[in-house]
Design a protein around this ligand. Structure first.
Ligand code: AMP
Length: 214
């Protein structure tokens, strides 16, 4: 099964993507995670993309498309994958469609997690992440057992620089301009599965599974 997660930053698509990946035993490919781990490890790619992530702008397509094409060509993606955070522009979606057509396939579903902007800003201000192992939390929705401390590795939790309110507003603007048009792109192909992302996490997950099948 090949899935694409659509939705604004902070809509909860990453959380759903992780659970879906476990359920369907396919890799979860998050371009944001890939970029962040490159930044953390100080790689060449990391140095090139850091400024874009910190300001909430999109990384240029030429740095993003090849990375994803290479990743989905790997052995563990043979039975499918979940793309989380890619495509984010029409050009990226077209490149993905072309690459899949070359292999006689296409995306099965684009799961569109819908959440209004106001709710997104509120949610993101509560988001915390572990700078050491990458685990994510939310002060209200997914609190760590001990406040401010990672359950998995004990490190002190932080607010991602791109979750700061000003950057969140910028990311939402970028989302509406560049990524929202993808909903129509996949709607024209009849491949969009809309879900109400304001519902509790478990309910959103069950709604998606009900549509995708066991
Ligand atoms: P995310 O964790 O998916 O919200 O991504 C965090 C940041 O990584 C975004 O704000 C962009 O700067 C960058 N990014 C992630 N995926 C893409 C993509 N497909 N195209 C361009 N930039 C991306």
């Amino acid at each position: 099964m090949k899935l694409v997660m659509l939705g604004a930053p902070g809509a909860g698509k990453g959380t759903q993507a992780k659970r879906l990946a476990e359920k369907y035993r396919i890799p979860h490919i998050s371009t944001g995670d890939i970029f962040r781990s490159n930044i953390k490890n100080g790689t060449e790619l990391g140095k090139k993309v850091k400024g874009f992530l910190d300001s909430g702008a999109l990384v240029p397509d030429e740095l993003t498309v090849d990375l994803v094409m290479d990743r989905i060509g790997q052995e563990d993606c043979r039975n499918g994958y979940i793309l989380d955070g890619f495509p984010r522009t029409i050009l990226q979606a077209e490149k993905l469609t072309e690459a899949l057509q070359g292999k006689g396939g296409e995306i099965d579903w684009a799961v569109n997690v819908e959440v209004p902007d106001e709710a997104i800003v509120e949610r993101m201000s509560g988001r915390r992440m572990c700078p050491s192992c990458g685990a994510s939390y939310h002060v209200v929705n997914i609190p760590p057992k001990k406040e401010g401390v990672c359950d998995q590795c004990g490190a002190q939790l932080i607010t991602r620089p791109d979750d700061e309110p000003e950057t969140v507003r910028k990311r939402l603007e970028v989302y509406h301009q560049q990524t929202q048009p993808l909903i129509d792109y996949y709607k024209e192909k009849g491949r969009v599965l809309d879900v109400d992302g304001t519902k509790p996490m478990e309910q959103v997950f069950q709604a998606i599974v009900a549509r995708l099948g066991e």
